[in-house]
Design a protein around this ligand. Structure first.
Ligand SMILES: [Zn+2]
Length: 252
C-alpha cells in the first residue's frame, strides 16, 4: 500500500494568494479533492489522506505532523502562485537527493507535458512543509492567480481536472501504481461534436425503451447505452439497438 498525503495549501482564514476573483485556498482544495478521487477510483494499492478536505484553517506543523504520524510515503503540497509570472514550477527541499528528486521528476515532467502551462522549472526551497516532513516531499505551484491568462485557466473545472490527472499520472509513474482492472464492456450508440445531436439521439432511444446517457470524452458527446461485465450482455444490447434501426458497437 502506497500512502499518499495530499496537502491543499492554505485554508480558512488564510486565503493564500487572491486576485481576479480567485482564492488560492479554494483552487488548491478543488485540485486536491479531484486528485484524491482519481487515485482512489482508478488505482489499486494506494491510500490517501488530506491535511484538510474542507475550507479550514490549519497550521503548517499540523500538516507535517499529520503526515509524519500517519507514516506517509509521500507528501504532496498543492499551491497556486502569485507575484507576476506564468506557468508551473515545483519545489523540493534544498539539497535533497533520490528518491525525492526522482519522484519530483516524474510529477514535474508529467505535469508540464499534459497541462497547458509554461515550464518554470524544477526548484528547491527551504519551505517548512518540505523541511519538516520525514518522507520525500514536493510542493507544486500551479499557475498564477494574478496573471489573467493563468487565472482564466484556473477558473475552469475541466482545467483543474487536467491538473489533478497529471499529478495522478505522475504519482503512478513515481510509485508504479497499478490501474484498477475494470473490464467493462460498454455499448456506444453514437458520438457527436454537437451536444444537441447527442441529446436528440438520447430522446429517440429513450422513447424506444433504451436506458442511455451521455459521456463527454475527448471533446465528443458519446451516447452510451450500457456497461457490462459480460461481453455477451453487451453484444445482446448491440443486437437490440441494430434491430431498432441504430448503429452501435461494443468498446472497452
Ligand atoms: Zn501557497
Amino acid at each position: 500500500m502506497v500512502k499518499i498525503f495530499i496537502d491543499p495549501g492554505h485554508g480558512g482564514t488564510d486565503s493564500g494568494a487572491a486576485a481576479n476573483g480567485l482564492f488560492e485556498k479554494n483552487i488548491t482544495l478543488q485540485i486536491s479533492l479531484l486528485l484524491r478521487d482519481i487515485l482512489l477510483s482508478e488505482y489499486d494499492g494506494v491510500s490517501v489522506r488530506l491535511s484538510r478536505s474542507i475550507d479550514q484553517s490549519i497550521t503548517l506543523d499540523q500538516r507535517t505532523n499529520a503526515a509524519n504520524s500517519w507514516g506517509a510515503d509521500y507528501f504532496l503540497s498543492i499551491h497556486i502562485n502569485a507575484g507576476g509570472g506564468t506557468g508551473f514550477e515545483s519545489y523540493v527541499y534544498t539539497g535533497v537527493s533520490a528518491p525525492t528528486t526522482t519522484y519530483r521528476n516524474a510529477l514535474h515532467d508529467q505535469i508540464v507535458r499534459s497541462v497547458d502551462f509554461a515550464n518554470r522549472g524544477k526548484k528547491t526551497a527551504n519551505f517548512y512543509v518540505l523541511r519538516e516532513t520525514s518522507m520525500p516531499a514536493i510542493l507544486t505551484e500551479n499557475g498564477f492567480v494574478d496573471t489573467a491568462a493563468d487565472a482564466n485557466k484556473l477558473r475552469n473545472t475541466s482545467f483543474l481536472q487536467g491538473i489533478a490527472r497529471a499529478h495522478a499520472t505522475g504519482l503512478e509513474k513515481a510509485f508504479q501504481l497499478k490501474k484498477k482492472e475494470t473490464n467493462l464492456y460498454k455499448v456506444q450508440a453514437g458520438a457527436f461534436k454537437v451536444k444537441a445531436n447527442a441529446d436528440e439521439l438520447v430522446a429517440t432511444l429513450t422513447s424506444k425503451g433504451f436506458d442511455v446517457f451521455v459521456v463527454i470524452e475527448d471533446g465528443l458527446f458519446r451516447v452510451q447505452a450500457g456497461a457490462f461485465r459480460s461481453k455477451q450482455n453487451a453484444d445482446d444490447l448491440v443486437a437490440r439497438l441494430k434491430k431498432a434501426g441504430h448503429d452501435a458497437f461494443v468498446f472497452q
